[in-house]
Design a protein around this ligand. Structure first.
Ligand SMILES: [Zn+2]
Length: 124
């Protein structure tokens, strides 16, 4: 008795099932960040990034018409962001964002899980 049930691992189409239950360590995240350009996957949760149309705003100058953002609500980066920002007095979190022209990895602040979803471009 007391033997743990078999952990159910979702079967991804590509066969990569790592990091679904266990967040990767910092080194692994750094390695993945270097490869986001090719994988277009979030270094934190390994989910596919969503192509995202930047908003038309005079306040921010975007380097590209599109960015790639992780919209996985279970993403550790996003999930942990609430507590991190709450401790700074801000009721927000942030999502992982990849900037294609520079290859840079950024965080974009979001006030809710629904925020920014309007800009998601359906991948064909
Ligand atoms: Zn993610």
């Amino acid at each position: 008795m007391g033997s743990p049930k078999h952990q159910e691992v979702p079967q991804a189409a590509c066969g990569h099932t790592d990091a679904v239950h266990h967040p990767p360590d910092r080194e692994e995240i750094q390695r993945r960040k270097l490869r986001v350009k090719e994988t277009l996957r979030c270094p934190h949760c390994n989910e596919k990034l969503s192509k995202w149309l930047v908003p038309d705003t005079p306040f921010i100058e975007w380097s590209s018409e599109f960015q790639y953002i992780c919209f996985n609500d279970a993403c550790a980066y996003f999930a942990d962001g609430w507590a991190t920002l709450a401790s700074q007095g801000s009721p927000c979190s942030y999502r992982f964002m990849f900037d294609p022209p520079t290859g840079g990895c950024y965080s974009i602040p979001v006030p809710s899980a629904e925020a920014l979803r309007d800009g998601i471009v359906e991948s064909e």
